[in-house]
Design a protein around this ligand. Sequence first.
Ligand code: MG
Length: 478
Amino acid sequence: MRSAPTILHLDMDAFFASVEQASKPSLRGKAVVVGGLGPRGVVATASYEARLFGIRSALPMAQARRLAPNAAYLVPRFAFYRSISDQVMGLLRALSPLVEPLSLDEAFVDLEDGGAAWDERSARLAGARLRADIRAVTGLTGSVGLAASKMLAKIASEQAKPDGLVLIEPGRERSLLAPLPVRTLPGVGPATGDHLRRAGIHTIDELAEAGEDELVRLLGKAHGHALYAMALARDERPVVAERETKSVSVEDTYDVDIHDRVRVGTEVRRLADRCVRRLRGAGLAGRTIVLKVRRYDFSTLTRSETLRGPTDDPTVVREAAARLLGSVDTTGGVRLLGVGVSGLADYTQEDLFAQAAGGRGEESPGEEAQMAAPAEEERRTSVERSWPAGHDVRHTEYGHGWVQGSGLGRVTVRFETPGSAVGRVRTFRTDDPALQPADPLPLVDRSLGESERPQGGAETSDGSGAGPGGMDPGHSQV
Ligand SMILES: [Mg+2]
């Protein structure tokens, strides 16, 4: 591991909800929930105010509504979030060529590679400047973690939230991790957490003390090894700018078509194992299992199944491939079989036990699933030609606003913009020709000077006053 805390992890604070609060003055300081509003919708992001009611990402929307009936429930505006994400990623790429985005609002940056930082002081300065720049360009706040490894940088940014900076001093990694709950580590979900608790392991210190053999016995080889290394703060994973491989797959072509169903099953299992070996060899895990079947007539089918989280467990991959095979007619004979894993991640983020227990294509806290639910929502609304809550509109007389709600042939619009005061609400017929969908307005008015720039949604403090001076050493918060 490197000796300076020059790996930076940026995580925007309650990103989607903060964008909405910055867009809509009437929602600032209020509980805002962004997500799929359909019957199977889940929460994508909740504002900090909404989190006080116990609302979290991936919570079913119906449950969120019971917890906070008066919160604002909005349909995501992904294209707009992406445009702001592009601005943020642009600032990161100005710091270093080594930027590894994890989602729209989260990324690792290797500060050393770009020469932006080389020691603790320069890293802290670069992180503080970045936060100020993000605020100036987007009007939003992001939290920064700095450490000598990716795992610790991510833990640090979590501790920095909201609107903060935490640097983990090299040499203090293990003492910092020791008292933290095992769930802090990537790859420890609720089920693994329970499993460990039943074995008397609650903290990362206890995890390290249990020893590698015991963890392998409890959790299986891959997971056990990985967790033990993380408990000792060992993490050598580099920041990877472009993932060279988007998927890992293996396939075999057979000289003679295989007709025997049992033999086909055996081959698929064998390919699954081979695929997992290659996956592990590359230090990767993946969420989507793909089966490829070329039949006797050269027709080629692919079937895929997406798990709740990345896996590198041969049993999980084997079982998924077998399920996929069950949906393919192979009676005429098979000339090629392939098994692949895509949706790659560096480690298994989600709980292997939960997956093995049978999560199949369900909604998950992963980014893709968050995106899936709203897509469903958008389709539905476009068919009905209704007005998605939170989306932008323009009225010929009243100007720019957003849909606060609709139903029974009426749509309620609040007329306000990022730079305006809290706006007034008016109600129209849904087919009012004066009312049209509109593009979002920029959060930061580029025509304003530095000091006049509007601030982001969350009330925040001192993003700019972040010199290396007034901070405690080691583990401090800006
Ligand atoms: Mg975030």
